[in-house]
Design a protein around this ligand. Structure first.
Ligand code: GLN
Length: 270
């Protein structure tokens, strides 16, 4: 009886091991089949590298994208991964200056720009945008004892620090003139300039603003919104198939709660 039991056990193990191998290969093909019928067959979608969704970002924009060790994580990275999964594509993330992302999309270096990027009329001249997946706010960071208390007070600032090529940069130059704006490659460099007194305020998106203020003593975010905006993925004007597939994937991820879950993981409700 014991022998029979052992034999059955061994047989079961062998069978389940063999089963394992075949399950994993068949489940992966089912996965891509089902995602193909969910959205689009990946073969219908042209991407810069076949089978890959290449995303351009600037990974110094927490909690949307930032480094954790060697890997880029955050809301945008997770949304891109979920979209790529639905499209049956492998995600590849390329880190670059924020100011280079639109050019990387238009010159076919990347498929999408996903970087907490605000939809603007000006950018729409060069790229298409997906449906919006999040809201951003241009926030104002000052030192605790600053005389700047409202967005209007920015007019009194000698110099405002911004991140080059961002909407904060564009709006501040429009509203207060180039002479009153200092552009930095990274948001953190603008904040360091505020800490050392080189600039009087920093205008930057509210979520990274929160992490910069948390990381530096003596700074605060004004309780006033400079501009409210929509974030979306930038996509080449020559790739409507990709734009449609991404919009379909995004609406599915919205409907099943995945988007909310990803955002809630990184942004605690106030
Ligand atoms: N939302 C801002 C913009 O689109 C900043 C984005 C960023 O710095 N990653 O210009």
């Amino acid at each position: 009886m014991k022998k029979l039991l052992t034999l059955t056990l061994v047989l079961t193990m062998i069978l389940s091991l063999a089963g394992c191998g075949s399950t994993s290969s068949s489940s992966s093909s089912t996965a891509s089949n089902s995602s193909a019928s969910d959205t689009n067959a990946s073969s219908d979608i042209k991407t810069v590298t076949e089978g890959t969704l290449t995303m351009g970002t600037n990974a110094y924009f927490p909690p949307y994208e930032y480094y954790e060790g060697d890997s880029i994580v955050g809301i945008d990275a997770e949304i891109a991964q979920a979209v790529a999964d639905k499209l049956g594509l492998t995600l590849k993330i390329e880190d670059m200056e924020f100011d280079s992302i639109i050019t990387a999309v238009t010159t076919g270096k990347v498929d999408i720009g996903l970087a907490g990027m605000t939809v603007t009329e000006d950018r729409k001249k060069n790229v298409n945008f997906s449906d919006s997946y999040a809201t951003g706010v241009q926030a104002i960071i000052v030192k605790n004892d600053s005389p700047i208390k409202t967005a209007d007070d920015l007019a009194k600032a000698g110099v405002i620090g911004v991140q080059l090529g961002t909407t904060g940069d564009i709006y501040c130059k429009d509203d207060f003139g180039e002479d009153h704006v200092d552009e930095y490659n990274k948001g953190n460099d603008a904040v360091m300039a505020l800490v050392s007194g080189k600039v009087d305020a920093v205008v930057i998106d509210n979520e990274p603003a929160k992490s910069y203020v948390a990381a530096n003593d003596g700074l605060k975010i004004l309780d006033t919104e400079y501009v409210v905006e929509d974030y979306a993925a930038a996509i080449s004007k020559d790739n409507d198939a990709l734009k449609d597939a991404i919009n379909k994937a995004l609406s599915e991820l919205k409907a099943d709660g995945t988007l909310d879950k990803i955002i809630a993981k990184y942004i605690q409700a106030e």
